[in-house]
Design a protein around this ligand. Structure first.
Ligand SMILES: [Zn+2]
Length: 593
């Protein structure tokens, strides 16, 4: 459903962000604002701030921030329209007349969810009456309680589900859209899942959106998953995040495994911070979803070659998103499921504790791939394979430690590795989540002026001193363009309007950070004036550099001495003006008490 701006503002204006956030986390008054432990990353001292006056939240630790809609989107895993819907409903605001298409769309989704819900119940019911399936699950030590928690069921052979759903009034096309039935060559329909143990995949509100089915006995494929549907995208869902996300957040790390029972058995044994990527190929979207709960992972894929390449691939994805990664490799032939049942939870926890850093893992991998890793050629190859991983370590001390470690494992001079590292192209980008400085900021002068523009008390007198040219080429150029644009329209500048207008996420974060930073660094007329002066000086410096370039170009290309003299003149005058301004600034500051 689409909402127009008036409606969105109506919903927004009825909600206090402090009340909303206070319903999820414990807020403490901190000056004008409120502080709390961040619900989006794990921390011991509060860096999460909520401002009633500005109606925004911001975390100085992880950089998450936004308005009431953004908060509820992150907290409840909703899309933007869903968050509006949710907040309108919570206030009893009637939804605007939606278009026919919206209504049809939403009705269709509801029907699909209903079918999948009925299918879940149907499979659970079938399991109760099937001795063979029950015996299989019992043999794998899955308890009644676990069966219930995970809504595990059984799909009988034949077309019983299709019959049941048609009996309840659903048509074949709808059931097909859920991925539950298939069409045969001659147009007949049959159940997609037959003679399989069924594992429902839930969304975060515990509604079934898809299934995974394991064949009972022999048969291919061993595992069968629902196809992509309007409700389910394999690349965006982690199993069973609805059950394990709180534990992941609490323990601040997640164990990444391959399959259904690799999650279910640890969960049953009390290891509740586990998720499966469902299949061996973890996706960037899955990593991002997980990033809402933690930035620390231990991968625990099967110790076979498919598992090893899955581990290598996942390491890269996690590092790109700024995760810390450890690798747990169980003895050959063991996955988390079999290992826990054989050796118990204490032994598994020990293994988790002694899991190795991803770099030790890749080093061993690359060395074992070489026929002779200690020959000059072997060493060279291992080094070139491992360098891309090495340069991804953000902490220089840790990086240096690894260089030493690699050097000693390869019996090589450390300096040779450092030399190779320097040849590498500069790191592509800092990880998106850099805890010490989540947002790239502008110069102090730019930041002061941005803060001033977001404070009602200072905004208009600050604006009078500004001109767009001051920000040319600077970090905050685009943000100030938006400020000038708002002013031109005669619109009052508020944090929320400004963050709506900027197009870039990094800009949005910077605005939020600055809006909340103002509380602890009081502004003054002098501070604002000095900042404007600083930007003028920077602009003049830019001009001088530009003139210098022109002079150089002129001398090289035309050697037109008149032109050169004119440019020199301009440059000298500009420099003189700058010196004079600086002297004035100094004397005026000396005059102050
Ligand atoms: Zn945070």
């Amino acid at each position: 459903m689409r909402f127009d701006d008036t409606f969105i503002e109506q919903v927004r204006s009825g909600i206090s962000i402090v009340n909303l956030v206070g319903g999820y986390v414990r807020l403490q008054k901190k000056g004008k604002d409120y502080g709390a432990l961040c619900p989006f990353h794990s921390e011991k001292t509060p860096s999460f701030t909520v401002s009633e006056a500005k109606q925004i939240f911001y975390c100085f630790g992880c950089g998450e921030g936004g308005d009431v809609f953004k908060f509820i989107m992150l907290m409840e895993n909703l899309t933007f329209p869903e968050s509006i819907h949710h907040l309108a409903e919570s206030q009893g605001i009637p939804l605007p007349q939606s278009t026919k298409r919206d209504e049809a769309e939403s009705e269709k989704r509801q029907r699909l969810l209903k079918i999948l819900g009925i299918a879940t119940q149907f499979f659970c019911q079938q399991l109760k009456g099937n001795k063979e399936a029950l015996a299989y699950l019992k043999d794998r030590q899955i308890t009644e309680e676990t069966l219930h928690q995970f809504s595990i069921g059984y799909a009988p052979p034949g077309q019983h589900l299709l019959q049941e759903l048609t009996r309840q009034g659903f048509d074949v096309q709808e059931v097909m859209a859920c991925g539950l039935i298939k069409e045969g060559n001659s147009g007949q329909h049959y159940d997609n899942f037959r003679n399989r143990i069924m594992f429902p995949i839930h969304d975060l509100s515990r509604k079934t959106i898809a299934f995974g089915g394991r064949i009972l006995g022999d048969g291919v494929p061993k595992y069968l998953n629902s196809p992509e549907t309007a409700l389910y995208s394999k690349s965006r869902n982690l199993y069973p995040l609805d059950l394990t996300r709180n534990e992941i957040r609490k323990r601040d790390f997640a164990i990444i495994v391959e399959g259904y029972t690799d999650c279910i058995i640890p969960f049953q044994f009390g290891v509740g911070n586990v998720v499966a990527s469902l299949g061996t190929s973890l996706t960037e979207n899955q990593v991002k979803v997980l990033g809402r709960y933690t930035r620390n992972v231990i991968t625990n894929y099967d110790p076979d070659s498919a598992g090893t390449s899955a581990t290598l691939r996942s390491i890269n994805l996690f590092l790109e998103q700024g995760f810390r990664v450890n690798v747990l490799q169980l003895p050959t032939g063991e996955d988390p499921d079999t290992f826990l049942r054989k050796h118990g939870v204490e032994e598994y926890r020990e293994r988790l504790k002694s899991s190795q850093s991803y770099l030790d893992f890749v080093l061993s991998e690359f060395m074992s791939n070489q026929r002779d890793p200690f020959s000059p050629k072997g060493k060279q190859e291992v080094i070139s394979q491992i360098l891309p991983y090495l340069v991804k370590i953000p902490n220089p001390i840790e990086r240096a430690e690894y260089v030493t470690r690699i050097a000693s494992r390869l019996q090589l001079d450390e300096n040779l590795i450092l030399l190779e590292m320097r040849k590498m192209p500069a790191r592509r980008s800092t990880p998106r989540f850099n805890y010490s400085s989540p947002v790239e900021r502008g110069t102090p002068a730019e930041n002061t002026l941005l803060v001033a523009m977001l404070e009602e008390k200072w905004a208009s007198q600050t604006f009078e001193q500004l001109e767009p040219e001051l920000f040319e080429g600077l970090r905050t150029e685009k943000i100030f363009q938006c400020i000038f644009q708002l002013k031109e329209q005669g619109t009052e500048i508020t944090t929320i309007r400004l963050r709506q207008l900027v197009s870039d996420d990094a800009d949005r974060n910077l605005i939020e950070e600055m809006a909340l930073r103002s509380a602890d660094s009081p502004l003054s007329e002098e501070k604002i004036r000095n900042s404007v002066q600083e930007l003028r000086r920077m602009k003049d410096e830019r001009l001088i550099r530009q003139l210098q370039e022109e002079i150089k170009a002129e001398a090289k290309e035309n050697s037109n001495s008149d032109k050169i003299a004119e440019l020199m003149d301009q440059k000298v005058n500009l420099r003189r003006k700058m010196d004079k301004e600086q002297e004035e600034a100094l004397t005026s500051s000396r005059r102050l008490p």
